[in-house]
Design a protein around this ligand. Structure first.
Ligand code: PLP
Length: 399
């Protein structure tokens, strides 16, 4: 049976023993481990609401129109209203002019969502927030380290330790609360229930199974099981938040694994450069993204095809070749299955997010991707992506 190079995800590490945990942000942020990244984000929204003074108005939280449906779940779980903002053209960042327009007296926070390993422009967004007294929450579920480890600009930041994230601990997340907010945040956060993650034999068995399923053979088997719905994006509401106690050695091993992971961005950038001449957009190349900083994990390598038909054809050809390429979320947030109808589903309103969703292909960039894989991917995209548009069917028949 033919295997498949998984689209995303790194191996679950073996916990370190007898070490002193050092977190890159520890001088400026207090770390609260939470049940998941979504729960950490919900807690961040709860903190932003708790310090606002809205006189009964529904709090609003601003986020990008293309993104992870968990963003909506986290915001709505706290009784807040998600306010979507369109992206800049051909780019995963929010249009800051639209962010300014979306701000209202009820805005409690703006979520700066890092995409595939590239952080949002946190400082720029924070300066917009500061004028209006809103919080800037950095969602770094897809990025490691978070931008706040570089500079303590965000009021709080969120990490995820779920599968398919830069640090895979088989679940969990973290809420980083900036030092000046922690005293007031403590009341709310300490009131949440707390669970414990034990590294016992069951945990170890799960780790082995997980890691097997990440291999080409394991993943090839896994994707044949249709009811798992692997790779499909659906909305799941969030009903509760809890804190967890994570063994320090596990977190440390996760961070060490992320920091040592080889970067394939440069190879991808070089091998796929030719696509830029054929209407493709390499938005993650070092030049285009303003530098995917050294030591930054790339979750997947994203490129934009000229249009949807080419994108779909390219994914099909790559999958056929055993490469787990995919469209990622596939549609803008209001159009994702199960997302509550409170969001306006209008591609006119979010034209850039909509074209982004139509054109995006994500390519694997985890530790098992070889240069040979990337050369194969480049050859396939050359065949699919540079072929001249299919000749249009003659429209005028004999008169
Ligand atoms: C995955 C993800 C989350 C949620 O993290 P979980 O740990 O899966 O709950 C939040 N935001 C973004 C951008 C994500 O990619």
């Amino acid at each position: 049976m033919k295997g498949m190079l998984r689209p995303v995800g790194s191996r679950v590490p073996i916990p370190h023993t007898g070490t002193k945990l050092h977190l890159p942000w520890e001088n400026n942020y207090h770390t609260w481990y939470m049940g998941s990244g979504t729960q950490a984000l919900a807690a961040a929204v709860a903190l932003a609401i708790s310090r606002s003074n809205l006189d009964g108005a529904t709090p609003e939280v601003i986020l990008p129109a293309y993104g992870c449906p968990d963003l909506i779940a986290a915001v709505m779980s706290q009784g807040a209203r998600p306010v979507l903002v369109d992206l800049l053209p051909d780019c995963p960042f929010m249009d800051t002019e639209k962010v300014s327009q979306a701000l209202s007296d009820a805005t409690v926070a703006v979520i700066a969502v890092g995409f595939l390993g590239v952080p949002e422009r946190v400082s720029l967004l924070a300066s917009i927030c500061r004028d209006r007294g809103a919080w800037l929450i950095e969602d770094s579920a897809q990025c490691f380290p978070p931008d706040c480890a570089r500079e303590p600009v965000a009021d709080c930041a969120v990490l995820s330790f779920g599968r398919g994230k830069p640090i895979n601990l088989m679940g969990g997340g973290a809420l980083l609360v900036r030092g000046d907010h922690n005293a007031t945040a403590e009341d709310l956060l300490l009131s949440l229930p707390e669970g414990e993650v034990k590294v016992d034999w069951q945990w170890k068995a799960r780790r082995h199974i997980f890691n097997f399923l990440l291999g080409r053979l394991g993943y090839g088997l896994l994707r044949r099981i249709p009811f798992l719905g692997l790779g499909t994006t659906v909305y799941r509401p969030l009903d509760s938040i809890r804190r967890i106690r994570l063994p320090a050695g596990l977190v440390e091993a996760g961070i060490a694994g992320a920091e040592q992971r080889p970067a394939s961005v440069t190879t991808y950038g070089q091998e796929l450069e030719f696509l830029a001449q054929c209407g493709w957009k390499l938005f993650m190349s070092n030049k285009a993204s303003g530098g995917n900083g050294a030591g930054q994990v790339t979750l997947r390598y994203g490129v934009l095809a000229p249009h949807r038909e080419v994108r779909d054809k390219a994914i099909e050809a790559l999958n056929h070749q055993g490469i787990g390429a995919n469209a990622f979320y596939g549609r803008i947030l209001p159009d994702i299955d199960g997302v509550p109808g409170v969001l306006v589903s209008s591609s006119d309103r979010y034209p850039n997010a909509n074209t982004f969703a139509d054109r995006l292909i994500t390519l694997p960039s985890h530790e098992d991707v070889t240069v040979h894989d990337i050369l194969g991917i480049a050859a396939t995209l050359r065949a699919v992506g540079t072929e001249p548009d299919a000749p249009k069917k003659p429209t005028q028949g004999p008169a």
